[in-house]
Structure formats: C-alpha cells, structure tokens
Unconditional design. Sequence first.
Length: 111
Amino acid sequence: MSTYKLVCPHCKSRMRIRTSEGRHIFLRVAYLQCTTEACGWSVRAEFEMTHELSPSGMPDPAVRLPCAGGELRQAALRAEPAPSSSLSEKRGVRRKGNAASASPAPQLNKA
Ligand SMILES: [Zn+2]
C-alpha cells in the first residue's frame, strides 16, 4: 500500500492507491481511496511524467520529454522528498512533480 502525500479533499485524511495501470510510458492511471473508513471517497487520478529535470545516464532515444525550465527546476528543489518507504512500493507509481534530482530513474511497469 502506498500513501504518498495524497490528501482527501473531503476529510483531509491520507489517500491510498488501490490499483494503477500504465497507459503510456509517461502516464499511469491510478485509483485512489481515502483511508478514513467513514469517508471512503474514491477517485481516479493520473500520474504523468512531464519534464526532464536531468538526463538519463542510459538514454533511450525513443524517450523524449521537454527539458524543465528554470521555474520547474526551482519547484523541484522546493518539493518535499517522498518518504523512503514510498520509493520502494511495488506498483512503481511516481507522484507527478516529485522527481527530485536525487531520486533514481523513473520506473514504469511495461503493462
Ligand atoms: Zn476522506
């Protein structure tokens, strides 16, 4: 189970990812559910890789994203790092905009 810092907009509890599926090399669709039983809100979400912050050391020429500009790089530096437990969660979903330069290369399941 992964929780990240996804907050239920209704009750402000954490949300967990129930399941996710790859739609594209840069896009995963996830189904989230609020962890508070009394709330139980569930929702569809999308996690998309949008901009390259630093180049791959093992580049695949087919993988091309626009390079992040200065503003996006600053935002990446300000973003809080994900808890280490979420980096090892098995579904391989990455939170949008949370790719710090210290993170390992993104892994997308080839689903
Ligand atoms: Zn809730």
